[in-house]
Design a protein around this ligand. Structure first.
Ligand code: UD1
Ligand code: UDP
Length: 355
């Protein structure tokens, strides 16, 4: 098979690292990097650390309004697909790069394989929800990480090509756990295990609403512990341009590479995040998570008692921190996101389906 993989944002590099390693054992893969993320700490570091082969095509689209960014990617991917004529286009998740890759392929009648299909927040104000719904409806193979994702697709009438594979983020996490152990993150930032909380913030609904940002940082100021915050450039920009106060217990870092992130996750007392991937990685690290959103796609972590949705309500955040600090951790359900073999399942499904 000849597969064109379209990626461009940080979480897609992590996911593609797992799948590409398996895919390339038997097939030809060409990587298109849209350039949606371009800072070295948001892009290059993932290719280097995770052994992702350099992109065959770099579109260099960069940061733009949604329409302009997605449109430029669409035109760029289309040009490549017309020249390469692949058997499959492989896309991941729910970013603008995902939608552009899928749409370019579907219009050229090239089958789309969507990794992380069927996730829903049922909040159409999220750009990601729009991207994932549209992508699912034009995909030929839909790789679902969870049973819930399969059900969500069925509710929209999508049953053909749906494969429950488990989550490739679980594959990536397992592949990197041993290497992460060797990192000297503790020394570098003077962190002892369980002595800090780990936070990430980048979701548009939070960063684009100063009152929500203020609530988050007011809550952080009242947490009597060090909070490590590897900061997404989007959030750094907002903090620089606004009067949101960051308290002294919050230690801001540049975005970290994946191996350092896994190190930090495995030793933190708690996670506070509005990220999708980090909610699951907290669970895989057996660390409770407080999600700074009003809904989540990863409902299994909430049902299992390892994740709580607080939105940005200061009191709810503080109550959740106190709850997790004062209660024993819930029972752990193994393999909630699969057994680390989702990438193999994906490859098998693609092979079975043709060309
Ligand atoms: C994107 C995805 C989001 C995903 C996130 C992962 C969309 C609509 N959103 O959000 O689903 O969770 O990636 O991190 O696709 N910036 C830089 N350097 C970079 C990248 C971004 O400075 O390398 C800054 C720019 O100011 C840019 C802003 O971050 O305008 C937002 O970047 P963008 O890619 O548009 O969206 P994300 O918030 O990263
Ligand atoms: N991540 C990372 N360094 C950071 C923050 C996140 O390596 O400083 C990893 C994280 O562990 C996960 C992925 O990036 O694997 C998630 O990306 P992000 O939170 O940006 O996007 P989302 O999952 O919300 O789409």
């Amino acid at each position: 098979m000849k597969v064109v993989t379209v990626i461009g944002a940080r979480p897609q590099f992590v996911k593609a690292a797992a799948v590409s390693a398996v895919l390339r054992t038997k097939h030809t893969e060409l990587i298109v990097h849209t350039g949606q993320h371009y800072d070295p700490q948001m892009s290059d570091i993932f290719f280097e650390e995770l052994g992702i082969p350099p992109a065959d095509f770099y579109l260099g689209v960069g940061s733009k309004q949604h329409g302009e960014q997605t449109g430029e990617m669409l035109a760029g991917v289309e040009r490549i697909l017309l020249g390469e004529k692949p058997d499959w286009v492989l896309v991941y998740g729910d970013t603008n790069s995902t939608l552009a890759g899928a749409l370019a392929a579907a219009k050229l009648h090239i089958p789309v394989a969507h990794v992380e299909a069927g996730l829903r927040s049922y909040n159409k104000r999220m750009p990601e929800e729009v991207n994932r719904v549209l992508t699912d409806h034009i995909s030929s193979l839909l790789f679902c990480p969870t049973d819930q994702a399969v059900k969500n697709l069925a509710l929209e009438g999508i049953t053909r090509g749906v494969v429950r594979t488990g989550d490739v983020m679980c594959d990536a996490f397992r592949l990197s756990a041993a290497r992460a152990k060797e990192r000297n993150v503790g020394k570098r930032y003077q962190l002892a295990p369980n002595s800090y909380l780990l936070a990430t913030i980048h979701r548009a609904e939070n960063t684009d609403d100063i009152s929500r940002m203020k609530q988050i940082f007011q809550a952080f100021a009242r947490i009597p512990a060090k909070i490590i915050l590897p900061l997404h450039p989007r959030t750094r920009k907002v903090l620089n341009d606004s009067n949101v106060t960051v308290s002294d217990n919050v230690q801001i870092l540049e975005p970290v590479g994946y191996l350092d992130m896994v190190w930090l996750l495995q030793r933190t007392a708690l996670v506070l995040t509005d990220s999708g991937g980090v909610q699951k990685e907290a669970y895989l690290s057996k660390v409770p998570c407080i999600t700074l959103r009003n809904e989540t796609e990863w409902v299994e972590t909430v049902e299992a008692g390892w994740n709580v949705l607080t939105g940005t309500d200061r009191d709810k955040i503080l109550a959740a921190v106190a709850h997790y600090q004062n209660h024993p951790r819930p029972d752990y359900i193994e393999n909630l996101y699969g057994d680390g073999r989702a990438s193999q399942e994906i490859l098998a499904a693609m092979e079975e389906s043709g060309p």
